[in-house]
Design a protein around this ligand. Structure first.
Ligand SMILES: Nc1ncnc2c1ncn2[C@@H]1O[C@H](COP(=O)(O)OP(=O)(O)O)[C@@H](O)[C@H]1O
Ligand SMILES: [Mg+2]
Length: 738
């Protein structure tokens, strides 16, 4: 078992992320930000960026990464975190200006003609009304002093200083402003920023704040809006982002995530998705609690138990009876039925209309409440002041922590009956989740038949592109990442000659959600003939929507050609390991049924897709089984440097030692086995057993022979192999001397 008692909890829900190693997702946002930064130059116009999203969505964390990107490009960065008092224009510009002076003074000589250093303190004194020498090189501080006592801010004075400072440092300057919603209601501040930008060069201004900022920027910047890049920061919707958010902090402290959760990380991530609504803050909070329970309460790994949910709820600290929280109070007194209804109505907060929610809630067929009951509850919630309807969408009272509390209380009280939870997804996403539930739980009966997607609401055009790529195996264009999901379906269907792809669409009004079922064509899977599906179609038609399935056939080129193409052309480094892992699993299945040729081929493909320890070591083993000892030793030589842990190294060296013994290379065998034994002894306490399923165990019967053993103990096997080598060598010496 991994010993983590001495580690600090790597999950931090209380502070913004500061280092890249802990930062998850936001790939497209980072690309936009980097693009804007790249455009900057000392003779280039001002660039503007606005990072906006709700509280705790991850704006400050993204601003921190922006700071890193800017620094990597060699730009000077100055940063201000606004507080409510900064809303006043003079205060706002004074704050940003002082930070800028501090940053400039930190990298170059900023002095008055008489040689005295100009520091933020000197500037502050002037702003506060202190005397200014006639030859002081900066104009704006004096103007600020004037503005504070009611005078006008001078855009020209500020612009002159900014230009002077930029020329002094000789490279672009990036101004970062966090909590910028403080100036949202000050059109004077925004318009000054706008005018400034029209005649200045070499700056990038990055504002981070809540969404009201955007509306104001829209008004003030008007036709100049094209200069502004808006970057939205919201919940994670892609499974891979949630996985990163869970895995990166563990990796940062030297743990292997695949060994920290009791189950595959991807599975825990998909359970966490509805519980956290994909919010990074909540994901960190959950992981923090799971880690703490693992560390202190004797849980064997990080597991998502009812107790963990309870701990998270307690951490939120909103259950305190003495504080007046009408939402919490109401939820405590609610019947189970009302609580379910509340979650349904709040399943797409401020995103979907009342009609859309009513429809979505009936798609899966799993909700016991009928439309009349639901509507009666809605009236009640509105009457009690819990819910307010805004543009026919639902707004819930209470703050973010109370909303999380409601969601978790629901999970605890209703268990699996809570099939829709409070969330702020949009209608298409909500619809997709209910369509998934219908197919997975009620039509397909939980079989893993549904195609994996990057996000629950993945658009069908993306998959269409992947299908086209798979049919054509093009060499001359970028291929779609969705090929990965089809590749998985091919392996799951045991590499058929053609795939049947059934697209299932659910539409309401203008919105359509799609899910896919992929089977080998020989299965002849036909959803339209399924009574459960037909019943669902009728039910959905009765609600004013449409449910339909369409099957198409994807003819497949020979697997060898597909593999060759993937190895050469599938250029998604983060996805290739997944593909490789799936070939390794397919290899294990093939080995179980005695198909050595297929085992070799899957392992070889896996290694070519992503050269990691797993397939290299398995190939060493398989060559040992097949009797090619020199090939086995070649693979050991590749596997050892790729190992991530001492027990992996030990296993590979053991395989190499056995191969050497079978070749009669006693020195080689002795060295490898001694190293293997040492590897096992020097394991770090953070390592858990890889778990060896198969070993070739040597024995001495006039010569070295081997036989396969299941679920062996590696340490015993190493000791035994060393004995066999000694024995064999002595026997050979005796025979030689005889
Ligand atoms: N990209 C991210 N990767 C991992 N965790 C994140 C990320 N963004 C936010 N978080 C988590 O969410 C919390 C809130 O993020 P923060 O940047 O402070 O949000 P905001 O500034 O929007 O209020 C952080 O403490 C962190 O735990
Ligand atoms: Mg913040």
């Amino acid at each position: 078992m991994v010993d983590i008692t001495g580690l600090r909890n790597p999950y931090d829900y209380a502070n913004p992320v500061r280092t890249v190693e802990y930062f998850a997702g936001r790939g497209s946002q980072l690309a936009t930000i980097d693009y804007v930064l790249k455009q900057a130059g000392t003779t280039r116009p001002v660039g503007y960026l606005a990072l906006y999203g709700r509280r705790a969505a991850g704006k400050t964390s993204l601003l921190n990464m922006t700071e890193k990107l800017a620094a990597e490009r060699g730009y000077l960065v100055a940063r201000a975190n606004l507080v409510p008092a900064n809303a006043d224009p003079a205060s706002f510009f004074a704050t940003v200006y002082e930070e800028l002076i501090g940053a400039v003074a930190g990298v170059c000589e900023l002095t008055s003609p008489d040689g005295r250093k100009i520091t933020p303190r000197v500037v502050r004194r002037i702003i506060e009304g202190g005397p200014v020498d006639g030859d002081f090189p900066l104009e704006f501080p004096e103007n600020l002093a004037h503005a504070i006592t009611g005078g006008q801010l001078s855009e020209m004075a500020l612009r002159n200083d900014l230009r002077h400072l930029m020329e002094l440092v000789g490279r672009p300057i990036v101004l970062l402003v966090d909590e910028a919603q403080m100036i949202a209601d000050r059109p004077d501040v925004l318009s000054l920023l706008r005018t400034l930008g029209m005649r200045l060069e070499g700056y990038v201004l990055v504002l981070a704040g809540t969404p009201e900022l955007v509306a104001r920027i829209n008004e003030v910047f008007d036709f100049l809006l094209r200069q502004f890049e808006f970057v939205r920061v919201e919940r994670f919707s892609e499974a891979a982002d949630v996985v990163q958010c869970m895995a990166r902090p563990l990796e940062a402290v030297g743990l292997d995530p695949s060994r920290c959760f009791g189950r595959p990380v991807e599975d825990v991530a998909s359970d966490l998705m509805p519980l956290t609504d994909g919010n990074p803050y909540e994901i960190q909070l959950f992981c923090h609690v799971m880690f703490a329970r693992w560390q202190t309460d004797g849980a064997a790994t990080m597991v998502l138990t009812a107790q963990a949910v309870d701990d998270v709820r307690a951490t939120l600290d909103v259950g305190n009876e003495h504080v007046d929280r009408p939402l919490v109070k109401a939820v405590r007194q609610m019947s189970d039925e009302a609580l379910l209804a509340l979650n349904i109505w709040c399943s797409a907060l401020e995103q979907a209309t009342v009609d859309e929610i009513r429809f979505a809630s009936r798609v899966s067929g799993a909700i016991a409440l009928d439309a009349d009951q639901l509507d009666r509850h809605l009236d009640g919630f509105v009457r009690d002041g819990l819910i307010e309807l805004v543009n026919n969408t639902v707004r819930l009272i209470g703050d973010a922590a109370e909303h999380i509390w409601v969601r978790l209380s629901t999970v605890q009280r209703l268990g699996p009956r809570a099939s829709i939870l409070l969330s702020s997804v949009n209608f298409r996403y909500l619809l997709a989740s209910q369509l998934w539930r219908l197919l997975d739980h009620h039509v397909l009966g939980g079989d893993r038949w549904l195609l994996r997607t990057c996000c629950l609401a993945m658009r069908s055009e993306l998959l269409d592109q992947g299908v086209l790529d798979l049919r054509e195996l093009p060499a001359d264009r970028e291929i779609s990442y969705t090929v990965e999901y089809l590749h998985e379906a091919i392996l799951e269907s045991a590499m058929p000659q053609a795939l049947h792809l059934t697209s299932v669409e659910c539409s309401y009004g203008e919105t359509t959600a799609t899910r896919w079922i992929c089977r080998g064509a020989a299965d002849d899977f036909d959803l339209d003939a399924d009574p459960a599906f037909r019943a669902a179609q009728e039910r959905i038609a009765g609600l004013g929507g449409v449910l339909r399935a369409e099957r198409s056939t994807i003819p497949l080129k020979p697997m060898a050609e597909i593999v060759e193409w993937l190895v050469e052309r599938f250029d998604y480094p983060e996805k290739r390991p997944h593909m490789a892992h799936r070939h390794v699993s397919a290899a294990l299945d093939a080995y179980e049924v005695g198909d050595i040729v297929a085992t070799f081929s899957h392992l070889d493909t896996a290694f070519r897709l992503f050269p990691y320890w797993g397939p290299a070591n398995n190939l060493a083993y398989l060559n040992l089984v097949a009797g090619d000892y020199s090939a086995a030793r070649d693979w050991v030589r590749r596997a050892v440097p790729l190992s991530k842990a001492a027990d992996q190294r030990a296993l590979s060296r053991y395989n190499g030692g056995v191969a050497a013994a079978l070749e009669g290379d006693w020195d080689g065998a002795r060295a490898l086995l001694a190293d293997a034994a040492a590897d096992l002894e020097h394991r770090s306490p953070l390592e858990e057993d890889t778990g060896v399923t198969h070993l070739m165990i040597p024995a001495f019967e006039d010569r070295v022979v081997v036989h396969e053993v299941r679920d062996p103990d590696l340490a015993d096997a190493i000791a035994r192999a060393r004995d066999v080598v000694e024995l064999a060598e002595r026997f050979e010496r005796l025979r030689g001397s005889a």
